[in-house]
Structure formats: structure tokens, C-alpha cells
Design a protein around this ligand. Structure first.
Ligand SMILES: Cc1cc2nc3c(=O)[nH]c(=O)nc-3n(C[C@H](O)[C@H](O)[C@H](O)COP(=O)(O)O)c2cc1C
Length: 403
């Protein structure tokens, strides 16, 4: 698990990295966006979150991507998640962005809309009357709603988005990013995976519309590209990333190999053409990777949606991002070890690495890598990844340092 200094000029995890002309990271190690459910019931972060994020920054995280933050009253399954729809929400993030900057770190905002992976009986939706919006009224299988009776799963009560809804939600993305910029976030990572709204548009499993947002690959990619273009009116395009998981198999979103190959080839080409800052490519849904706690997504892929044996999306999609002249950087995530990430970087296959779960139980993760101290594993079990807890610091700010 060590980051050795190579004898050649090959890049290393710990060296500084220029993400854009105006954005310098102190190293190539990024803390992945992680929902931890430690915000107030009013969806705003507390001093516990400032402690949590600033500790990771103090100990060297190159880029921190903040937890997914709702752009509207969505988010029924996720209690105590943040929202960014008004200046009160924005102000509550200010101590966090300031603390990260004071520690020499960089922090990106992650706007989030859950799409069809919701339940309309959840308090957040009942109180506001906000509908479950998705491209088409196709219920996703499964879904856990711990605070609802029985096992309701994801809702069937979906409102297929009208042209007006699409405009409204694109504007919600833009507005939330505008608030994020005002509060000091350095950039944005758009989540386009996980079976949430943007992913719902990308996959034929959840998108059977008959308009310009469905059918062909360009049509299914259109919603995401509109969101990117809207956010690019707020942040420079080089400060925007898109997180994708072509093989994702959560929230009933898997598609065939042929579909994912065609869809993500087209999508990546359009994003790179726009000179997007980075693409964060997840290998979730593949059999590669090293589970690092008992939190994993092991649902079997539906029939006819199997992947080629040993398939790794990095091999297929990496070269579409990393080629001479490309201004878009390649970040990867999902079950990477330090040694594996270092090897890929030295071979020029990736620019940046995201660690998610390792940052939970290693508050001083980057220092441990720098000093060659073994990384802790999460002996408390994957359940503790998510809150809420009565004491928000529990399983959040109580992991020991080793450096
Ligand atoms: C508790 C937890 C919450 C997560 N929440 C988010 C999220 O809000 N947004 C997101 O894009 N990814 C989320 N992820 C995924 C991580 O950002 C990361 O991509 C994933 O954990 C793979 O990296 P790892 O194998 O190093 O943990 C979450 C992961 C965990 C463990």
C-alpha cells in the first residue's frame, strides 16, 4: 500500500498537479464524495462537518469532493443530507470551504438530484409536494426506506418530466452551483451515476421517452450535456468534472454491454470536446477492484446484461480521455489500492485517484501514504458509513490518526 518514488520522471500520487490554469492541487489524491448523513434536519452542515473535512485537508487531501447535495426538495431516502437551494444553505458551507482553504486544500461541490430512486411517501417530498421526477414512469426495483413502514422500495408514483420540468431542473443545477460558488467551492463534480436523475436519462432501462431526450445515444446524453453547459455559465469548464459508472448496477440501472459501450463512448467524446476539467470513471459493477469494507453492491446483473469476462472500463474509456491534446483529466475510483493507483499513474493511464472508504477510517490518509504507514481498515463495518447518529461525531470524527 505504499507510494514509492519511481526512478524515472513518471508522475506520482504525491506530486502537485495542475487541474486547470487557475487550479493547482497539491497532490493527485482526491477524497471521493461521500454521503454521511450528519447534517441537520434542515439540510445544513454543522461544525462536525467542518471538523471532518478540514481534518482530511490538514493531512494533505489534494482535492475534496463534498458529499452529494440536493438541488431541490429531493432526497427522500437520505435523511440529514445537505441541500443547496437558498443563501441559508450556502452560508452554512462557508466555514467548511474557508477551513479547507486555510489548510491549503481544494473543495468541489456535488449537485445531486435523485430522479426515480426515491419514494414519494418520504417526509421531504410529502412536506413540499415535490413530485418524484424522472425521464419516464418506470419504477426502479429494490430500494430501502428505513424510515417507512414495510419494504416500500422505490416508488411507482413517478412524474415523467415535461419540457418545462427539464428546464426547471437544469436551472436548479445551475442555481445550486451559483450558490456553491458564492460560498467558496472551487469547482463542481456532477454525479451522473448511481441510478439517479442524470443516469436515468442515460439508460434505456429508465428512459423510454419519445422526445429529443430519448432513443438515440445523443438524445439520451442531451440532459447531462445541458446540465454541464448550464453549470459552465457559473464555473470555468476546467473546474467541472463528471462522475460516471458505465457498468453501474445499483437502483436497477444496468444496461447491456453494447449500450454502455456506445453511450459512454459518445458521452466522453462530447465532454472532452468541451474541454471538461475531468471525468471521474468508476468501475462499480465490474468484478475488478478490492472491496475495502462490507459495504458493496453485489447485485447480480440482469440476464443479457453480462459484461465481457474481466471487463475494466478504464481499458475501453481511458484512451478516450487521455490522449495527446486532450485537456480533460482522468480520475478513477472504486476499490483501488494505493499501489494500484500509483502503478496506473506511472504508466500514464490516469491523472488522479479518488479514495472514498479509505478516507472514512484514515483521517490522515495522505500523511499515511507519504510516511508509508499502513492504512487502517474499517473494523466497525460498512453500516457506520452512513448516519444519522445522535452524536454526529460518532463514526465520523472519532477515527484515530496514525501520523
Ligand atoms: C458512505 C458512502 C457514501 C457515498 N456517497 C456518495 C455521494 O454522495 N456521491 C458520489 O458521487 N459518490 C458517493 N459514494 C461513492 C464514493 O465517492 C466512491 O466513488 C466509492 O466509495 C468508491 O471509492 P472507494 O472504493 O475508494 O470507496 C459514496 C461512498 C460511500 C462509501
Amino acid at each position: 500500500m505504499t507510494a514509492k518514488t519511481p526512478s524515472s520522471q513518471a508522475p506520482t500520487l504525491l506530486e502537485p498537479f495542475q487541474l486547470s490554469p487557475s487550479l493547482h492541487l497539491r497532490n493527485r489524491i482526491c477524497m471521493g464524495s461521500m454521503t454521511r448523513n450528519r447534517n441537520t434536519s434542515q439540510h445544513i452542515p454543522t461544525p462536525s462537518a467542518t471538523r471532518y473535512y478540514s481534518t482530511r485537508a490538514r493531512h494533505g487531501a489534494g482535492l475534496i469532493i463534498a458529499e452529494g447535495t440536493f438541488i431541490s426538495p429531493t432526497g427522500s431516502e437520505w435523511l440529514n443530507c445537505p441541500m443547496m437551494t437558498n443563501p441559508t444553505h450556502a452560508m452554512a458551507w462557508r466555514p467548511i470551504t474557508r477551513a479547507i482553504h486555510a489548510e491549503g486544500g481544494t473543495i468541489f461541490f456535488q449537485p445531486w438530484h435523485e430522479g426515480r430512486a426515491q419514494n414519494d411517501l418520504a417526509p421531504a417530498l410529502r412536506e413540499t409536494g415535490y413530485p418524484v421526477l424522472a425521464p419516464s414512469a418506470i419504477q426502479a426495483k429494490a430500494g430501502k426506506y428505513r424510515f417507512l413502514d414495510g419494504v416500500p422500495g422505490h416508488t411507482a408514483n413517478i412524474t415523467p418530466m415535461s419540457a418545462e420540468h427539464i428546464k426547471e431542473v437544469v436551472e436548479q443545477y445551475r442555481r445550486s452551483c451559483e450558490l456553491a460558488k458564492e460560498t467558496g467551492f472551487d469547482g463542481v463534480e456532477i454525479i451522473a451515476q448511481g441510478g439517479y436523475l442524470i443516469h436515468n436519462f442515460l439508460s434505456t432501462r429508465s428512459n423510454v421517452r419519445t422526445d429529443a431526450y430519448s432513443g438515440s445515444v445523443p438524445n439520451r446524453c442531451c440532459f447531462l450535456l445541458k446540465v454541464v453547459d448550464a453549470i459552465a455559465t457559473v464555473y470555468p469548464i476546467s473546474h467541472i468534472g463528471v462522475k460516471i459508472a458505465p457498468c453501474d448496477n445499483v437502483a436497477d440501472i444496468a444496461c447491456s454491454y453494447a449500450e454502455l459501450s456506445e453511450t459512454y463512448t459518445y458521452l466522453i467524446q462530447r465532454l472532452v470536446e468541451r474541454k471538461l476539467g475531468f471525468i471521474n470513471l468508476s468501475r462499480r459493477g465490474c468484478e475488478t477492484g478490492h472491496p475495502n469494507d462490507d459495504f458493496s453492491d453485489s447485485t447480480v446483473r440482469p440476464a443479457d446484461m453480462e459484461l465481457p469476462t474481466g471487463y475494466d472500463p478504464l481499458e475501453e474509456f481511458g484512451p478516450l480521455v487521455k490522449f495527446e491534446g486532450s485537456e480533460t483529466k482522468l480520475m478513477v475510483n472504486y476499490g483501488y489500492t494505493v499501489a494500484e493507483a500509483e502503478g496506473l499513474m506511472q504508466r500514464g493511464k490516469i491523472d488522479l485517484i479518488t479514495f472514498g472508504r479509505p478516507f472514512i477510517c484514515n483521517p490522515d490518509l495522505v500523511e499515511r501514504i507519504r510516511k508509508d504507514v499502513p492504512l487502517a481498515t474499517n473494523g466497525r463495518g460498512g453500516r457506520v458509513n452512513y448516519g444519522p447518529y445522535k452524536d454526529p461525531d460518532e463514526n465520523y470524527n472519532d477515527w484515530p490518526m496514525a501520523t
